[in-house]
Design a protein around this ligand. Structure first.
Ligand SMILES: Nc1nc2c(c(=O)[nH]1)N[C@H]1C(S)=C(S)[C@@H](COP(=O)(O)OP(=O)(O)OC[C@H]3O[C@@H](n4cnc5c(=O)[nH]c(N)nc54)[C@H](O)[C@@H]3O)O[C@H]1N2
Ligand SMILES: Nc1nc2c(c(=O)[nH]1)N[C@H]1C(S)=C(S)[C@@H](COP(=O)(O)OP(=O)(O)OC[C@H]3O[C@@H](n4cnc5c(=O)[nH]c(N)nc54)[C@H](O)[C@@H]3O)O[C@H]1N2
Ligand SMILES: [Mo]
Length: 737
């Protein structure tokens, strides 16, 4: 054990740790350990309260997750049907021998591409799925997925417009702005960097006006916003386009900025004014579509254009939809029109995109190797090709379909075996009932996790994994600092749990790969910190870093994306073909896809309010991220369930004619699935829209009704033309029987 401040009186040790979950933050935690057991968890105690990184309610509840009675303690093999979750204890030897035998069989019978491998869950540098991926690559390779399920919409938009994903400001910059438009952004619930809400509070104290545009009165909307502008889901781009209309008509745009730093504004203007298609995108036109009053649109357009600086926080949530990237691209067009890029208090693509500091984490880690099953294929990061031309991977929201349909439907492989090293695919991807069929179609499945999750219930072999408190690792601040964290081991592994790194090494050993990895945990972590220049420039003493569990960067001023490009454009062109911000993108024009236009446009889509399916399924379904979970992780923590029981949000206007009262058990359904859930009748959501937080575990009964309330039995396994997982576009009906 390490990094302890000994409290002699009660013989507790304080171990400085952080979680490593994909939870939206990265919080320094003090784990109080007594007799080898975590007895209490406290948050950051940094001397300057202004700079404390305070944990949310989840961080304080981890004890009931780490010590949950359902934790997997031993490897298991399936003894019932797939999905039933009947398992029996086996030894690590039997588990790994079975896996190796099946790997050889699958490889010899079908070839390496029949092996699907993916993972997630632990955002650490060492204890990752990397070593497993390397061992499988040495074995001849595997098939995996492409596309970031969180943010492919904004990634597409920023790559198109700026050619870069480092488009964030450090959160302290929120205090420098005069207007914050939280456009589908709710950081009080949906943690968006540990320091984010404090910065929002500073802004509020400074008198910054804050507006929330969301179909729901969100936690942030209720606590911080001066105004809530409710909007119909999927129609934000229409409202933004008409704001551009107001600005152009009233000559409010920052023409000097547009002339100097952008290309294609004239083409966008032609669209906005109706010169391109004969439709003037007036506030009246938009109001019909998005439900926001004409006066509100006009007023907001003027306010955004004339408040200097102003910060438009568009994000990933609304973009995780059928035409998601248009929303981010259009938000970028508005930020250029108002000249808010590259300056304090402005924004480039608000919400969750990165600043460079925490990203140095990405270059720490054991070197991997190229996956031979993909050799010769196109490169996969950083270009528009990412979404549109990648051939040897499966889109992240199409994995089930690929399992079922294989090569005959154009997928790169006929998958026979899947290995899930974390991630809870059978709760978190679109169209889970299709997932049920897909998982049942496979010959062999491995799952490694802390719990017998819905995904693990389908596995033939389940491997038990340690929590973050049972190992040492570097962890990544979310979205990216500015600080670096070291999560210290607090307790011995529960049962026979191993880490993902150890499992990778074990597989290599079983496959007979000698000298696969000869370093200990401590040696590796030292190498990452001391030899990686990005760490070494900050961390002068490994042991101090480990002891403190955190290195806080001294920033003279907030980090501002594209500051250089704006201050000195001659020497710092944008990383686009034109060297400027591309409101019109020639690269996109070349794709020649009307649903993926070269300028941002409002495009109606399947399962929006124009879809004839509305007659059968008249309610739009949202699935935001839960305050009390990290996706499906922590869903079994009693304390958190108590804070916010799982329920579907429904407006009284929709509840009353259906005979639904608050607290009633209701059924939510469409052609893809049906789930049972309690109703929360509330005016905090607009009529015609209902909302169920994602992450509740899939738990179908004999009739196929999901009793767990997993929203993804209702969502579609589709993606937008730009590659966004279209998880927020779905129509449903609700009944009491
Ligand atoms: N409808 C709808 N669906 C969504 C979204 C939405 O907005 N709406 N959001 C999407 C987004 S943004 C995301 S990021 C995904 C998240 O999707 P997932 O990553 O699949 O979801 P998690 O619940 O975070 O799954 C993490 C799993 O890893 C396990 N785990 C934790 N630590 C470790 C470890 O160290 N090793 C291993 N092997 N396992 C570990 C946890 O127990 C858990 O089962 O969900 C997506 N799904
Ligand atoms: N507590 C908690 N925090 C988290 C996570 C978590 O699971 N739990 N997950 C983390 C991860 S991995 C990610 S990717 C981020 C996700 O962050 P986001 O993707 O931003 O979060 P969401 O909750 O999906 O969506 C944000 C808001 O968008 C609104 N919204 C949905 N559709 C529309 C629309 O069409 N128009 C408008 N204007 N608003 C709309 C929703 O009502 C919601 O309030 O959160 C991170 N933070
Ligand atoms: Mo995410």
């Amino acid at each position: 054990m390490s990094a302890e401040d000994k409290n002699v009186e009660n013989e507790e040790m304080i171990v400085r740790c952080t979680s490593a979950l994909d939870c939206g933050g990265r919080c320094p935690l003090r784990l109080h350990v007594k007799d080898g057991v975590i007895v209490k968890i406290e948050g950051d105690d940094f001397a300057d309260p202004e700079k404390q990184l305070r944990a949310c309610l989840r961080g304080r509840a981890y004890r009931h997750w780490i010590y949950h009675p359902d934790r997997l303690k031993y490897p298991m093999k399936r003894v019932g049907e797939r999905g039933e979750g009947k398992v029996e204890r086996i030894s690590w030897d039997e588990a790994m021998d079975t896996i190796v035998k099946q790997l050889h069989r699958i490889k010899e019978t079908y070839g390496n591409s029949a092996i699907f491998f993916s993972g997630g869950g632990h955002l650490g540098a060492l204890h990752t799925i990397g070593p497993l991926a390397r061992a499988l690559s040495m074995f001849g390779g595997y098939t995996t997925s492409y596309g970031n399920i969180s943010s492919e919409g904004p990634v597409y938009a920023v790559m198109t417009s700026y050619g870069d994903v480092m488009v964030g400001h450090s959160r302290d910059d929120l205090a420098n702005t005069k207007l914050i438009i939280m456009w589908g952004w709710d950081p009080v619930r949906m943690i968006s960097g540990t320091d984010c809400v404090h910065s929002l509070m500073k802004a509020k104290e400074n008198g910054t006006r804050i507006i929330s545009i969301d179909p729901r009165l969100t936690h942030s909307g209720a606590t911080y916003a001066d105004e809530w502008i409710p909007i119909i889901p999927g129609t934000d781009t229409a409202m933004m386009v008409s704001m551009a209309y107001v600005m152009i008509k009233e000559n409010l745009q920052d023409q000097a900025f547009l002339d100097k730093y952008t290309v294609g504004f004239d083409k966008f203007k032609d669209y906005v004014l109706g010169i391109e298609d004969g439709v003037e995108k007036t506030p009246a036109w938009a109001s019909e579509i998005c439900g926001v009053p004409v006066e509100t649109i006009t007023r907001l357009a003027r306010e955004y254009a004339t408040t200097d600086p102003a910060c438009l926080m568009d994000c990933q949530g609304p973009a995780r939809s059928a035409m998601g990237e248009q929303y981010n691209r259009c938000a970028i067009a508005l930020t250029t029109m108002t000249g808010n890029i590259g300056k304090p208090g402005g924004s480039a693509c608000g919400g969750l995109m990165g600043i460079p500091y925490g990203h140095m984490f990405r270059s720490a880690g054991i070197p991997g190797m190229r996956n031979p099953a993909e050799a010769g294929g196109p490169s996969i990061r950083g270009t528009l090709d990412l979404n549109l031309r990648l051939v040897r991977r499966i889109h992240v929201n199409k994995v089930f379909d690929a399992f079922l349909e294989g090569k005959k439907a154009g997928y790169p492989a006929d998958i026979k075996m899947a290995w899930f090293a974390g991630g809870n695919i059978m709760t978190q991807r679109g169209n889970i009932n299709k997932g049920d069929r897909a998982m049942k179609s496979l010959e062999f499945i491995v799952s490694q996790d802390l719990f017998l999750t819905p995904t693990a219930r389908y596995a033939d072999i389940v491997l038990p994994v340690m929590s973050f408190a049972e190992k040492n690792d570097l962890t990544r601040p979310w979205p990216s600092g500015p600080y670096l964290t070291y999560a210290n081991k607090a307790i011995e592994p529960i049962g026979e749990c191993k880490s993902d790194w150890e499992i990778g090494n074990l597989l290599a050993e079983k496959l007979g790969y000698e000298d696969f990895d000869n370093n200990t945990e401590d040696e590796w972590l030292r190498i990452f910190v001391e030899k990686n220049p990005e760490y070494a420039q900050y961390i002068k003493d490994y042991d101090t870093f480990k002891h403190d569990g955190i290195y806080r960067m001294e920033m003279e001023e907030p980090y501002i994306a594209f500051k250089k490009q704006i201050e000195d454009p001659e020497n710092n062109p944008f990383n686009t073909p034109s060297g400027k911000i591309e409101i019109f993108s020639e690269r996109v024009a070349e794709l020649n896809n009307p649903d993926c236009p070269p300028i941002p446009k409002y495009i109606s889509t399947w399962e929006d309010r124009n879809d004839p399916l509305m007659e059968k399924y008249p309610l739009q379904l949202l699935s935001p991220h839960p305050r009390v979970r990290a996706h499906s992780t922590l869903q079994n923590v009693d304390w958190l369930e108590e804070v916010e029981p799982h329920a579907v949000w429904i407006n009284p206007v929709d509840a009353e004619p259906r005979g639904i009262r608050d607290g009633d058990e209701v059924f939510v359904f469409n052609d893809r699935g049906k789930l049972a859930i309690k109703a929360w009748v509330t005016r905090r959501i607009i009529p015609g829209v209902v909302s169920i937080y994602e992450g509740a575990w899939y738990d179908p009964d004999e009739e196929g009704i999901d009793r767990g309330g997993c929203v993804n039995v209702l969502t579609n396994d589709a993606y937008s033309p730009g590659g966004a997982a279209a998880l927020k576009t779905a129509l449903v009906q609700i009944t009491t029987t």
